[in-house]
Ligand binder design. Structure first.
Ligand code: NI
Length: 137
């Protein structure tokens, strides 16, 4: 049977501050620029969630993408949307909320939530020009 990958895109907004407390203020500013701004700032993120599998012989779907949307919202985005990654999201406590660290946390939530389906890739876009992808390796 052929393996196919289907993807659902979801949008959310969240605030953060990229800051490493082990570095001086000058080093933080140099390394993180505007994302080090002390009083937070927001991003309009998009998250793409990809599931790989064989199409179901009855439905023809790998997975119903409406089901993907429900799972992602219920397990993750309802807790993240319109929140502050530094202050409001328990899994990010003590973690610098770069897109890299955010996507790793998202994977840890979504991979088990989508079982027995196979989460094959996440793409998190912080802006239309900057994004990160993770495939679980
Ligand atoms: Ni930022």
């Amino acid at each position: 049977m052929p393996l196919l990958t289907v993807t659902r895109r979801l949008a959310f907004n969240a605030a953060h501050r990229i800051h490493n407390p082990g570095l001086s203020d000058e080093e933080n500013e140099r390394l993180f620029g505007k994302c080090n701004s002390p009083n937070w700032h927001g991003h309009n993120y998009t998250l793409e969630v990809s599931v790989t599998g064989e199409p179901d012989p009855v439905s023809g779907y790998v997975i119903d993408l409406a089901e993907v949307k429900r799972i992602v919202e219920r397990t993750l985005l309802d807790r993240v949307d319109h929140r502050n990654f530094n202050l409001d999201v328990a899994e990010m406590t003590g973690t610098n909320p770069t897109s890299e660290n955010i996507i790793l946390m998202f994977w840890r939530v979504l991979e088990p939530a989508l079982r027995p389906r196979t989460l094959s890739r996440l793409r998190l876009c912080e802006t239309e020009n900057n994004w990160v992808e993770y495939d679980g390796r």
